[in-house]
Design a protein around this ligand. Structure first.
Ligand code: PEP
Ligand code: MG
Length: 325
């Protein structure tokens, strides 16, 4: 795989008929950047900033946020860097800002909800992002958006921070794209509306599958029911992509599904513009995409979606993938 990485690092992920998909990297820590670049990441598709909060007692200052984002943007040298605002709560509970235990953390005060109810924390991050945007190609995204009101509220907070900083004479970059994670069934179902006010979509399949199938992604007892190829998930993904295409905004996927080569043809067929994954997966997925035809992938997906159970669909896709690769 290291050999494959070296060989394909500078080649584009392009299907046999020339359909281009951008392959980005997921990251949690700055130390991961060299490996992402060595494996051919064309940008950062997901920077999970909440990891800065874990394993520590104090909340990072605006300055700490700023330094981290500036470093990533500079290290990526003009390539797009998608930074997700804090996805705290749920499975990621920091020491200092730890909340009272919730009976249903996945459905509780997490991600954008957490930020909208901890405005000082949110503003420190937004101010840092606005300042850092002068140093590279920033794209900002909000996690766990469930409706348009949340997107508007988050955007309003960003604009208020922008105004505050520019009044104070702080140098800011130019305006950058502001997108959302599509990772709840509600967002997937109103993707056409959200696409009117989001600059891009990035599908978080880890959560989208969890909420669509009502399968706690942490619970081993129900892990066997966690099915990325469940027909409901496939329909949901199709709806999201089609809403993005109609509105003319880019659509990416940054959940685990994006980096598992078994799904590469399905995602090629659906029309994702970008996929984001861990460094080791980039050469593997690229290798499959470069050897595939999009029209053949479309036929495969169409056949799969005539089937009904997740087991049938999985068996069909696995057989076809084994036959090809
Ligand atoms: C996802 O939900 O797919 C995702 C990428 O976000 P996280 O895994 O950090 O919840
Ligand atoms: Mg998520």
């Amino acid at each position: 795989s290291e050999e494959l990485a070296l060989r394909t690092k500078d080649l584009p992920a392009v299907s046999t008929e020339g359909y281009r998909i951008r392959l980005n990297g997921n990251m949690e820590f700055l130390e991961e950047i060299p490996s992402l670049l060595a494996h051919g990441a064309e940008g950062i598709g997901l920077y999970r900033t909440e990891f800065m909060f874990l394993d520590r007692k104090t909340v990072p200052s605006e300055e700490e946020h700023y330094r981290a984002y500036k470093q990533v943007l500079e290290a990526m040298g003009g390539r797009p860097v998608t930074i997700r605002t804090l996805d705290l709560g749920g499975d990621k509970v920091p020491g200092k800002v730890k909340h009272e235990r919730e009976p249903n953390p996945a459905m509780g005060l997490r991600a954008i909800r957490y930020c909208l109810s901890h405005r000082d924390l949110f503003r420190a991050q937004l101010r840092a992002l606005l300042r850092a945007s002068a140093h590279g190609n920033l794209r900002l995204m909000f996690p766990l958006i469930c409706g348009m009101s949340e997107l508007r509220e988050a955007r309003a907070e960003l604009e208020s921070c922008r105004t505050e900083l520019s009044r104070a004479g702080v140098p800011l970059g130019k305006r950058f794209p502001v997108g959302i994670m599509v990772e709840t069934p509600s967002a997937a179902l109103i993707a056409d509306r959200l696409a009117q006010e989001a600059d891009f979509f990035s599908v978080g399949t880890n959560d989208l599958i969890q909420y669509t199938l009502a399968i706690d992604r942490q619970n081993r007892d129900v892990a066997y029911l966690y099915k990325p190829l469940h027909l409901s998930v496939l329909r949901s993904l199709q709806n999201i992509v089609s809403a993005a295409k109609s509105a003319g905004i880019p659509v990416s996927m940054c959940g685990e599904m994006a980096g598992d080569p078994i799904y590469s043809l399905v995602l090629l067929a659906m029309g994702f513009d970008e996929l984001s994954m861990t460094s080791g997966q980039i050469p593997v997925v690229k290798n499959i995409l470069r050897r595939s035809s999009r029209s053949e992938a479309a036929e495969l997906l169409n056949n799969a979606m005539q089937l009904t159970t997740a087991e049938e669909i999985e068996r069909y896709i696995r057989t076809e993938m084994d036959r090809r690769f």
